[in-house]
Design a protein around this ligand. Sequence first.
Ligand code: NDP
Ligand code: PYC
Length: 353
Amino acid sequence: MTGDDLDKAQSGETVALSLDEVFALSRSVLLAAGLTAEQANPVARVITEGQRDECHSHGLFRLPGCVQTINHPRFNRAAVPVVESTTAAVTRVDADFGFSLPALEAAMPRFVEKARAIGISVLAINNCFHFSALWPEIERLTAQGLVAIAMTPSHSWVAPAGGTKGALGTNPLAFGWPRMGADGQPRDPYVFDFATSAIARGDISLHKMAGKPLKEGWAIDAEGNPTTDAAAALDGAMLTFGGHKGSALSTMIELLAGPLIADMTSLESMEFDDGGKAAPCHGELLIAFDPTILGGGSRDNQASSERLFGAITDQGARLPSLRRYEARARSLAHGVTIPRHLYEQILALPRAG
Ligand code: NDP
Ligand code: PYC
């Protein structure tokens, strides 16, 4: 907790929670909403990790939306993921119309084992409701010494470059590279995880709640005019980052984590939702590489990657995830603070036990 956070907590604007309290609160709300413990535990863990790393759009803020998702008629509260080992490189897991995270957990051992055995492993998650940031799963893979990529569509809230209506999702893309310190000990991995929209939709909602204007270039209103008003943006369409480049990258994610793995695009996910305002339901694609096999040991991949990271940081630029790692250290030492209105919104939800 920073000094500023402490002031706000003392003035009553925010509420201080330990990480154990964040997990217990999340779990009890998810159980009361009707999830099994097998579904609730991985979801509560990722919400806690999001709050711990001060990723406010994907921490406790997501809990009311998870309850809304669980109450959607197409959500399966008793979902049991089914893992299918398709080829030497490919694993598929059917999430059974539950959340993505329990399916990922069920498939993870086989996914990792295949990367270790043949150097590359592809995991297709199907039929999953998806609300979470991708870096927690990327970090699970880098912790095993693997290089990893993950991507997923969402709902069609985002206009393509040159267009005026939602056709693409906010489609996150995440990448992780494991790092070793000079002492041979693992250090925080290089990880980026970003929406291919100019900003995550969750952040637009947070701007609306805080009454803050959006940056120019993030969104257009329902008539297709540029807007910095969060409510108008939520009714209109978001824009991709980087113009036509983000638009193409987002389209690639639609194709790879949609039709390629026989799952829904963001357009189809939005139709499937049928106005229920649940988290998007679709597929997710993950790829893991074992650097010891791909590099064949012919070159010190850590020395050259560290040289590259040094060339970035030595000129004052920062690596992605540094903000998160600093927030994590703070939260592990002192817990987190959340806005009181969010805490009260969560306390108003039914809780188990
Ligand atoms: P941001 O734009 O805030 O950050 C994107 C990435 O860039 C992060 O890895 C961040 O690291 C890094 N970064 C930010 N600023 C800098 C900088 N100055 N120098 C170097 N690196 C920097 O995130 P988004 O709004 O695009 O996305 C937020 C989250 O939303 C993601 O975790 C994503 O997975 C999630 N999301 C999930 C969706 C889903 O369907 N499940 C859909 C869309 C988004 P750091 O965190 O350390 O700042
Ligand atoms: O913030 O864009 C977003 C988002 C969509 C699904 C989960 N998060």
